[in-house]
Design a binder for this molecule. Structure first.
Ligand SMILES: [Zn+2]
Length: 149
């Protein structure tokens, strides 16, 4: 993709064609990881990104079963909307996935990734610490207990 880096930032129709043919090449030649990286780069261009390229790459990631065909029922967004809002790696849960106190699974399986169940407790307009929805235990970002035990 290196040689086309300049063209990728140009929003002219010629550049859009270059991007589209590059995306078609990615689809036939690249691994799942490379496809995700390509989608991530394109999506991060925001208003300069090519919607056709994005759609092509997402459809291919669905075809390869990297992405699910649809998001879970309780997630109102489509897979395409998830990429737009959360980025190419929306399908992978990140952060604390297990309560450090009761070991509950904190992934939100009803709405799917990247949804998590822990509650961010806001102090002075920022999340100061997290609370487990099951045991109400608290922890800081670095996993230490929010209050001395
Ligand atoms: Zn817990």
């Amino acid at each position: 993709m290196g040689n086309n880096a300049g063209a990728l930032k140009d929003s002219s129709s010629e550049a859009a064609e270059v991007k589209l043919s590059e995306a078609r090449r990615l689809i036939t030649e690249c691994s799942d990881d490379e496809l995700l990286q390509g989608l991530s780069r394109e999506r991060d261009l925001f208003s300069l990104s090519n919607p056709e390229v994005i759609k092509l790459l997402i459809d291919e990631l669905i075809r390869r079963k990297v992405y699910p065909e649809t998001t879970p029922e309780e997630n109102p967004n489509t897979v395409h909307q998830m990429v737009s809002g959360w980025g190419a790696y929306w399908h992978i849960w990140k952060g604390t996935l297990e309560c450090p106190h009761c070991k509950a699974d904190l992934r939100d399986h009803k709405s799917g990734p990247p949804g998590v169940r822990q509650i961010g407790v806001i102090v002075d307009d920022r999340v100061a610490y997290w609370e487990c929805p099951d045991c109400k235990g608290e922890w800081n970002r670095d996993f230490s207990p929010a209050k001395p035990e």
